[in-house]
Ligand binder design. Structure first.
Ligand code: C2O
Ligand code: CU
Length: 459
């Protein structure tokens, strides 16, 4: 079943300025071009009251696997910014890391990003300059890279979860951006949950339908937990990368900042009219979104959930040439004594003055030397040792790695993985593209307070 434009508009609700590109014919396309404006925006979560945020001109970006894209970022903000294509394997100069892969794009200026998506799947674009502030203000948008061979579902829906910290005036609480107490604990947690930047949206579905839901956590620091009662959930992809075999999963899904899960949800013919989707990470369960289920007269059965077509990734049993350890230390209740910061050895007191509380291998924030230098094609293994009292969502740029995943219960390709307090987790990858690639905690307050490093791939 193909979506008509009317159905699409219906299913995406009241989202303004939704851009839907017509079914695409590869034959006549050489490049997809976009103008992406980074701009102040208003969201209407409270009756007639605007909440001022920052955002992009597109509620989503749709690319085609293997088709070159060109995105012109137009910076209409009052400060510099960049765009990082989280999970998309791009040339290093297109990675959008302010100060590492490009100078920030100044207010009023523009920069054109060009790359060809190798992988189909669910990714996102977000600012990578003062990331903890600019993301908290809303500077992100989901990316769907369409499979070159289409994957059949009745509806393809985004489920982009964010938690915002609002003040009593229902505006973003900017006073807490620099709250170093939060930085040294779990990060700056929000008090208001949105899905697709909407408050408790309703998804219109029909009993008997097969829905692909692209679940994504764009929060600064909150690890979320979603339950989908009364429907059958099957996991088909993590961080854009298809699972070899779809995995039925009827428990809740724990999803850390920056992680994505693509799931297939079959809406039973016998279902109720309305089903709630619950976020349960907090003390009280929170109503995140709803299914509004229309009856159908058909009684078709869905078949087994097929796997997505594979993306071009390395063979899983590559040889490893580099074994690295990454000791993660610091934070509240940690035992950090001293660390290197900008090449100087500082005591904890001095670190705190510089707003640094976390370290990788004894270094707070960007090191002067890369964690490791490797060649394209080298196999690399990094043992992430979380010696802190806090969970961390570790993200690697430019590459997907193999690591154990607690939701699927297997070792899979990912670009972000949750490492629990006291846990040691091995990630393995094949160095691919030349350049300097970040490895950091995607709890963005941890990143700014020290949890960031990089490795270099050079030929
Ligand atoms: Cu999603 Cu370094 O970022
Ligand atoms: Cu962290």
């Amino acid at each position: 079943m193909k979506l008509t434009r009317r159905q699409l508009l219906k299913t995406t609700g009241a989202s303004a300025a939704l851009s839907y590109t017509a079914p695409f014919s590869v034959a006549d396309a050489t490049e997809d071009t976009f103008q992406l404006h980074a701009q102040p925006q208003s969201l209407y979560w409270f009756a007639n009251k605007a909440t001022d945020v920052w955002g992009y001109s597109h509620n989503r970006l749709e690319f085609q696997q293997h088709i070159p894209v060109s995105v012109k970022l137009v910076n209409q903000l009052s400060e510099p910014t960049t765009v990082h294509w989280h999970g998309v394997r791009v040339p290093n100069a297109m990675d959008g890391v302010s100060g590492l892969t490009q100078p920030p794009v100044q207010a009023g200026e523009s920069f054109t990003y060009q790359f060809t998506p190798k992988d189909a799947g669910t990714f996102w674009a977000h600012a990578h300059h003062d990331t903890y502030r600019q993301l908290a203000l809303g500077l992100y948008t989901p990316i769907i890279v369409k499979e070159a061979q289409p994957y059949q579902v009745d509806q393809d829906l985004l489920f982009v979860a964010d938690d915002w910290l609002l003040n009593r005036k229902e505006q973003i609480d900017k006073d807490s951006f620099e709250d170093t107490h939060a930085w040294s604990h779990g990060g700056r947690m929000g008090n208001f949950l949105t899905i697709n930047k909407e408050k408790t949206p309703t998804f219109e579905v029909t009993a008997g339908e097969r829905v692909r839901l692209r679940l994504m956590n764009t929060a600064n620091s909150r690890v979320m937990e979603f339950t989908f009662p009364d429907v059958e959930v099957t996991l088909i992809a993590k961080d854009g990368q298809p699972l070899k075999t779809p995995i039925p999963h009827n428990e809740s899904i724990l999803i850390a900042p920056a992680e994505r899960y693509d799931v297939i949800i079959d809406i039973p013919l016998t279902s109720k009219k309305q089903i709630d989707i619950i976020e349960s990470s907090g003390k009280k369960p929170f109503l995140a979104a709803r299914w509004n289920i229309t009856r159908t007269t058909s009684n078709s059965e869905y078949g087994a959930v097929p796997a997505l077509p594979a993306n071009p990734l390395p063979n899983q049993d590559f040889a490893v040439q580099h074994n690295i350890k990454l000791d993660m230390q610091g934070g509240a209740m940690g035992n950090l004594q001293a660390a290197l910061y900008k090449g100087e050895k500082l005591t904890v007191r001095e670190l705190v003055k510089n707003k640094q509380t976390w370290t990788f291998n004894g270094i707070a924030n960007m090191p002067e030397q890369p964690l490791v230098t490797v060649k394209p094609g080298d196999g690399v293994e990094i043992e992430l040792r979380n010696e802190t009292r806090w969970p961390h969502a570790m993200h690697m740029h430019g590459h997907h790695f193999l690591a154990q995943n607690e939701v699927t219960g297997s070792t899979i390709w990912q670009d972000t993985t949750l490492v629990m307090p006291g846990q040691s987790k091995i990630i393995r990858f094949v160095a691919e593209t030349e350049g300097k690639w970040l490895l950091h905690c995607h709890m963005l307050e941890h990143q700014v307070a020290g949890m960031i490093t990089y490795f270099e791939v050079t030929g």
